[in-house]
Design a protein around this ligand. Structure first.
Ligand SMILES: NC(=O)c1ccc[n+]([C@@H]2O[C@H](COP(=O)([O-])OP(=O)(O)OC[C@H]3O[C@@H](n4cnc5c(N)ncnc54)[C@H](OP(=O)(O)O)[C@@H]3O)[C@@H](O)[C@H]2O)c1
Length: 322
């Protein structure tokens, strides 16, 4: 079958190990089912994998991709929850210390057929378009958990989203705005700031700009480049939710004095639970949310999408049709 794979790893040149070609079909496994993906979507995570973050040379070749919506063996429309928990795990999936993610410990979604635990399948609401369902499991689920579970923001609260064009960040702007939460957003680029306004941000700012008021929560996955700003803009008792470190994980200052003196909360977040994915899909269908889709490509042309994401050119999600 056709598959998009990591065949070697390079921290400095991630596209070097990207191979699009034939891969053996998945072998049957007890409790696991074969899903036929219809639409999948690209995440920054796939670039991290090619750089060797979360993936090691002894795991290659590995099929990439964490997001998928498709058909189960009975022809039901399903969305795939991307976290594979260890046998017998009962709690929230992101808290399983022995969990893995599709495309890390097991093959991912960028293939004609995908083997996943049957328990990872969530029904796709019938009226939810395939492209919308396919962006939900990683970027949108991550944004959903960050906002509503980890930050616990309510309608009328004010949130700052650091960065505008990314998959998680554009999702956070759209989700928060649909839920009646006020959104400030930053971007390094003027055109992207304008697009954030169109997505529902109340006001937009250059990266690092002084804000006219303190915020209740910050959604941050940029990391080192935005850390101090994220701490500084929080009201006393506010919450910084971090799910990534695109610009590096070692900020110049830890800002510990501000964290304790203003009683700030720093909350990590990773993906989301299967239950949250079900809730998110219902939320998206109910509000008829149209995620920003940057590019739609056939799976065979996935390299173009990877290059676009690597160059930081994408605004919204890059999706692959199968
Ligand atoms: N923990 C989890 O479960 C989880 C889930 C999803 C993603 N993540 C992580 O979150 C990060 C974002 O993922 P994504 O898929 O949304 O990535 P993406 O689409 O590549 O988005 C990158 C974002 O970073 C912003 N950014 C601002 N300053 C930056 C800087 N100095 N350098 C680079 N980017 C900067 C960009 O905003 P502007 O271009 O508008 O400035 C853009 O919004 C990644 O590190 C990813 O690994 C973690």
């Amino acid at each position: 079958m056709l598959a998009v794979q990591a065949t070697s790893l390079s921290p400095s040149d991630p596209l070097q190990g990207l191979t699009i070609g034939e891969h053996p079909d998945p072998q049957p496994r007890d409790g696991w089912v074969v899903v036929t993906p219809k639409v999948t979507s690209l995440n920054h995570h796939d670039l991290w994998s090619l750089r060797g973050v979360g993936l090691s040379a002894d795991q290659l070749p590995r099929i990439l991709g964490c997001d998928a919506a498709g058909l189960d063996p009975d022809g039901n429309e399903v969305v795939v929850h991307p976290i594979v928990t260890s046998t017998g795990w009962q709690g929230p999936e992101p808290l399983d210390p022995r969990r893995t993610l599709l495309s890390e410990g097991v093959d991912g979604t960028f293939a004609e057929r995908l083997l996943v635990p049957a328990s990872n399948l969530v029904p796709k609401p019938a009226d939810l378009p395939w492209e919308v369902a396919a962006v939900a499991p990683v970027a949108w689920l991550t944004a959903y958990r960050m906002l509503f579970t980890q930050a616990g923001v309510r309608p009328g609260d004010l949130v700052l989203v650091q960065g505008s064009g990314g998959g998680v960040n554009s999702a956070a702007i759209q989700l928060a705005s649909a839920a009646g939460i006020r959104v400030f957003a930053t971007s390094r680029d003027a055109a992207r700031r304008d697009r954030a306004l169109a997505l529902g941000a109340e006001r937009v700012f250059e990266a690092g700009a002084r804000l006219p008021e303190k915020v209740d929560a910050v959604i941050d996955n940029v990391g080192a480049a935005t850390w101090s700003h994220s701490i500084n803009v929080l009201r006393p008792g506010g919450t910084l939710v971090t799910c990534g470190a695109t610009s590096g994980d070692a900020p110049t200052r830890a800002e510990l004095t501000k964290v304790f003196f203003r009683e700030l909360r720093v909350q990590g977040s990773t993906a989301g639970t299967r239950e949250e994915l079900t809730d998110l899909l219902r939320f998206m269908a109910h509000h008829r949310i149209e995620p920003v889709i940057d590019t739609v490509l056939p799976l065979s042309q996935a390299r173009t999408g990877f290059a676009r994401l690597l160059a930081g050119e994408a605004f919204g999600k890059i999706v692959f049709t199968h």
